[in-house]
Structures are given as C-alpha cells and as structure tokens.
Design a protein around this ligand. Sequence first.
Ligand SMILES: C[S@@+](CC[C@H](N)C(=O)[O-])C[C@H]1O[C@@H](n2cnc3c(N)ncnc32)[C@H](O)[C@@H]1O
Length: 387
Amino acid sequence: MKAFVDFYTKEGISPVAQDIEDLEKHFHRRHALYRHVGIVPGLLSGRSILEFGPGSGHNSIVTAAMHPARYVLVDANPVGLEHTRDLLQRFAGSGSIDISVVQSFIEDFETSERFDLVLCEGVLPTQEAPTELLSQIARFVRSGGMILITCIDAASYLAEQLRRFAAALATHEEASTEEKLAILVPLLGPHLDTIEGMGRSHEDWILDNVIQPFQGRALMGLDEAIDALHPDFSVHGTSPSFLVDRRWYKRITGPASDFNAVANQMYLAELHNFIDARTEHSVRKRERNRSLLAACNEAYQGIVNHSEARSSAAMARVMKALEVLRSELADLDPLTVRSFDDFLRVVARLQAGERDVDWGNFASWFGQGQQYLSLVRDRPLGIPESS
Ligand SMILES: C[S@@+](CC[C@H](N)C(=O)[O-])C[C@H]1O[C@@H](n2cnc3c(N)ncnc32)[C@H](O)[C@@H]1O
C-alpha cells in the first residue's frame, strides 16, 4: 500500500490543485510561508532544490521563480507530474534553470547529488511510516542546507477527522467515490466556504481529507519530526510561527545550543492552539496538552478504523473517544466547546438517518491542519586554525 499514490492513481486524479488565477495572491502566500520558516528568496538564486511530492506543481512555479540553478521534482503520480510539467513550462519555460521532473516513488529515488534546499510538503503525515520516509529524504540535504516539511498531529487534524466520522455516517461503506462525493460535497462544502484563503476545490479537499482511506497510516507531529532528525538537523522555523527563544544569544553555547529541545518544549506548550484556528490562547502546562493529544490520538485511531470497517465495536470506540475528548476540551475556548456539542448533535441526527442537518458552530471549526517545519543540517562551525 502506498499512501496517496495508490488512491490517486486508482482514481486517475491529483486532487491538490490550487486556485492560482490571482497569481499575485498565490505568490504572496508562498512568500509569507517562506518568511515564517526562514527561507530568504534572494539566497536561493543559483542554488539547488529537490522537491518531493510536488503534486500538481502549483507551489513549484513560485520556487522556480526564485531562480535556482538546479531544480529536481520527484513524484509517483503521473497525473500530477503532467500538470507540474505543464505549469513549469508555462511559468518557468524560458528560464535558465536546469529542471528535472522524475516519476519515482520517494522510497526508490536515489542520486549522489546533495541539495541546498529539500522540500516535502503535504506528503509525510499519513504515510505508513512517516519518520522513516523523513530520514530517507533528509539524506539529500547538503551540510548547512535546509529541509522544509509539513507535520500534522491528531490535535491539529481533529476537526477534519470529525468530518471523516460524519462522512462515514452519511454514506454507505460500499458506495463509489462519485456516490460519496454526491453526498459529501453539499454536506461539507459550506464548511469549506468559511475558510478564508481556501484555494482548493470542495471536491479535491473532500477526496484528499475525507474519502482517501487512512487505514494503517500514521500522523507525524512536529516533535516526532524533530526527534527523527536530531541531532543531525536543528529546527530553524515553523509556520504558523510560534517559536520564541528569549535567551541572550551570548549564552547560547555548548548544550544550550540544542535548539531542538527549545522547539519541542514550545510545541507542547502551544499544542492546544492547533485545535481550533478561530481561537488563540497563551501557552499552558505541557502536561495538559499531553493528555489532550492522547485523547485526540484515540479519536483519530477510532475514526480511521470505523471509516474502514463500520462495525458496532468500531462505533462504540469512537463514541467513547468523543466522550473523553469532550472533557479534555472543556477548559478550552467556549466556541470550541459549543462547536463540539453541535457536532455531537449532528452525529445523533446522522445516525437517525437524517441528512438535512444544522451544523451550528461546528461548520466553521477547522484546526491548524498542517504545520510547516524547516530544519538546517548542522555543519562544523568552521573555526580557522591560527598559523
Ligand atoms: C497531498 S499531495 C501534496 C502536493 C503539494 N506538495 C502540496 O503541498 O500541495 C502529496 C503528493 O505526494 C505524492 N506522494 C505521496 N507519497 C509518495 C511516495 N511514497 N512516493 C512518491 N510520491 C508520493 C503524491 O503523489 C502527491 O502528488
């Protein structure tokens, strides 16, 4: 089983297109991301970039516009690669960049080249073994170079996974993808309209997040990604940007220069802010967030199992997980709590066979989804010897 690729190639799709009609807006968004994670566009000029899983290439045209000397793109989905080639031809065709578009599984890709920047967005979480794949791609980062990846944990993905559960209640397990879309687009589409800056079609988003089977696949939180690359790589930045390091730089020597430990602590203290993108809170005790994450993980596992095999035992597991979650969420924002209660009411209606449901506050509840994380492959300090 190959995550994403099996589903995409079976359906003959690449459901990751972004609305780039307003190119200026698209470029602004990508530049905002690069600013958050610490990529300086001017410094990419003349450099080498390797991108895993470019999808349909919408982000790749922004990367190409930074004038790297070499740009290699690797993906296993032929449909997405065709779109990527077309877009690069349209927007980077006349440039002097040495571009290679390679059809390959990431696992099989091999080269002796090492790159200044390795990109892998929207690929690692929900693979069977995300941190193993991360180690595979990190090999291609040259000493002092950067890797940019995305992470998703069960807290940041909770609202989406609750929709997966509702979708399972509203559709038949054996229904075709078209039949599921015919029910789910009108049911969930209005939720997606509440997201400011949403650049994907309703169909694509639902295919990718709700219909695509996740059985046997694992998420990957920021801490797991950081630990997988420690000590060879050090955290550089995140988007959303939440790393705060108030120490005087002159005190950062020896063991104090473990930036990964600082990032991991901040991540756990901030985790509750990933649950509901409409709300914002100050940091809180890491113990509380550990327990919140455990409840979200149990809900995620239960929902994924139930959506693949809708037995009464699977249903009971989800309902128990939702009960635990309800108490974990109780001291978060009242809007989140109201949204969760509205969701529980919808579950009861869908179970009763109703389809015309009032989602209430839940309709506009989305979490932070994926977080971007940049890390630099540490290299020796390069202290010169005195003559
Ligand atoms: C969700 S899309 C992300 C597209 C784009 N990077 C973005 O962020 O919008 C994931 C892409 O990774 C590719 N992919 C996932 N797993 C892969 C693997 N093991 N080998 C090669 N390509 C893979 C899929 O074919 C797809 O194009």
